[in-house]
Design a protein around this ligand. Structure first.
Ligand code: BGP
Length: 489
């Protein structure tokens, strides 16, 4: 066994999001959130979004995999694997069902306190995402989501409740999950910004994720500005309420390798990465928009509505650490005749040197080392990978075992590259594998796309016993954690 390259206290663990994991949709006063009005889809059948709940449709978030009633068992399994960290999110509508109430829902607070105390029992450090695609549907429908500046106040009211009511139980917070998704149409509008498409009066009327005809880029960039200001103000508030609080940001990371070494492709790749990673990343870390933003706004005809105090707020609310999701990489070219790869949400031409997952996502462990070096080189603050993993179909053998060697291989190769990046000098503080317990896919709303080290008996139609089973990757990851990343066999 080799010597560990990982620092002592490295935060090994797993990650989830309430709307994909928790279920308990109608319980204890929870309100409807945006994902609660999204139907289940598959690899080939897109999700739909409706105006409220329509009979006859399956809405996977309502039951999800029922962490709401299984949290003790789930956290015990994390304890057994030796998790040091558990990334979870708070469902805003469990605290404020519509988002506009004066007072929070005590049952919601009680649930999260119980979950956090359970983590404490096993010495697991919680990492809590405040907003993971879980905007109250009421705020989306009546206020137009984050395009409305009022959202900043609703969000800060919600944050204040979390920081005070959960004080001492949480020390690591993330403001918005994949905040930069708002730079993309369709899903960016809906899940990132709570900006809803027209035509939701019929469930088949809108194909979420595909139809971008109603997209308004200016509106998205305004919504994003509101989130960035809200995030900065939340960072400041968290520090004021508890000086032990550490607050990070979270981005959907993007690699855009030049498709060829033609300088035009290189510039296109650089521009794509600047936009995707550094537009939001610089605001969070440096407290101001990057130099390239002014030209971008000018050329796109975007006006950012800076209010009095916004610039100061951004400066005063810079993050303590930077986190991101990393699953795959893409390429970029300015040549419109090169076909764009299908399945890959990053939408570049296919990379001929890389394999793809069953869902068409390229697999690129070395890309992770590349990105870690890029990010650390630019910002020099602690980094954490808070989502990474392989979505795949799993087969349960007759004896109940699940041999997911493909997932182990994926994780092993990524962890090896993390070790390389640490050798390169990167300050990497943690790694939480996505969907450590199988959960509903955000993109497709299905169960078949499984990421877990723990299997959950539930199918795409919502049937199943919800029984949890340990996969081969469960035992493997346990050894990895025990050896602090030295034993990857
Ligand atoms: C990220 C989201 C997660 C998660 C993951 C995997 O973008 O933050 O919520 O779901 O992607 O994506 P999917 O579920 O579509 O496979």
């Amino acid at each position: 066994m080799s010597i560990s390259k990982f620092p002592e206290n490295f935060l090994w663990g797993g990650a989830t999001a309430a709307n994909q994991f928790e279920g308990g949709g109608n319980e204890d006063g929870k309100g409807l959130s945006v994902p609660d009005v999204m139907t289940g889809g598959t690899k080939t059948e897109p999700r739909h979004i409706t105006d409220g709940i329509f009979p006859g449709y399956h809405y996977p978030s309502h039951g999800a995999v029922d962490f709401y009633h299984h949290y003790k068992e789930d956290i015990a399994l994390y304890g057994e694997m030796g998790f040091k960290c558990f990334r979870m999110s708070i469902n805003w509508t469990r605290i404020f069902p519509k988002g506009i109430e004066e007072n929070p829902n005590p049952k919601g607070i009680e649930f999260y306190r119980n979950v956090l105390k359970e983590c404490q029992k096993y010495g697991i450090q919680p990492l809590v995402t405040i907003s993971h695609y879980e905007l109250p549907y009421y705020l989306a429908k009546e206020y137009g989501g984050w395009a409305n500046r009022e959202m900043i106040n609703f969000f800060l009211k919600y944050c204040k409740v979390l920081f005070t009511e959960l004080k001492g139980l949480v020390h690591y917070w993330l403001t918005f999950n994949e905040i930069n998704i708002l730079q993309m149409g369709a899903y960016g509008n809906i899940m990132g910004g709570g900006i809803l498409p027209p035509g939701r009066d019929t469930a088949v009327g809108v194909l979420a994720g595909l139809d971008e005809s109603w997209d308004d880029e200016q509106r998205r960039y305004i919504a994003l500005h509101h989130q960035l200001v809200a995030s900065a103000k939340a960072v400041k508030m968290a520090h004021e309420i508890d000086s032990e609080n550490k607050v990070g940001c979270m981005l959907l990371s993007r690699i855009a390798y030049p498709y060829t070494c033609r300088p035009d492709d290189v510039l296109k790749g650089q521009h794509t990465m600047q936009l995707a990673n550094y537009y939001c990343g610089d605001v969070h870390v440096r407290g101001e928009y990057p130099a390239f933003a002014a030209r971008l706004w000018r050329e796109k005809g975007i006006t950012i509505p800076f209010a009095d105090g916004d610039r100061e707020a951004l400066k005063e609310g810079t993050v303590d650490f930077f986190t991101f999701s990393y699953y795959s990489s893409s390429t970029a070219t300015d040549d419109p005749t090169v076909p764009v790869a299908s399945g890959n949400m990053m939408r570049g031409p296919a990379n001929p040197y890389l394999e793809q997952s069953q869902w068409g996502w390229t697999i690129d462990p070395k890309g992770l080392r590349y990105l870690l070096n890029e990010f650390y080189g630019r910002w020099q603050i602690p980094l954490m990978i808070v989502e990474n993993g392989l979505g795949a179909e799993d087969k349960v053998e007759e004896d109940g075992s699940i041999h997911d060697a493909y997932r182990i291989a994926y994780m092993r190769e990524h962890i090896q590259q993390m070790a390389e990046a640490i050798e390169d000098g990167v300050e990497l503080i943690g790694y939480t594998v996505w969907g450590c317990t199988d959960l509903v896919s955000a993109g497709t709303g299905e169960m078949a796309k499984r990421y877990g080290l723990v299997y959950v008996d539930k199918d795409n139609q919502g049937n199943g016993t919800l029984e949890r089973k340990r996969k081969d990757s469960f035992y493997w990851y346990k050894k990895v954690i025990k050896s602090n990343g030295a034993n990857l066999e």
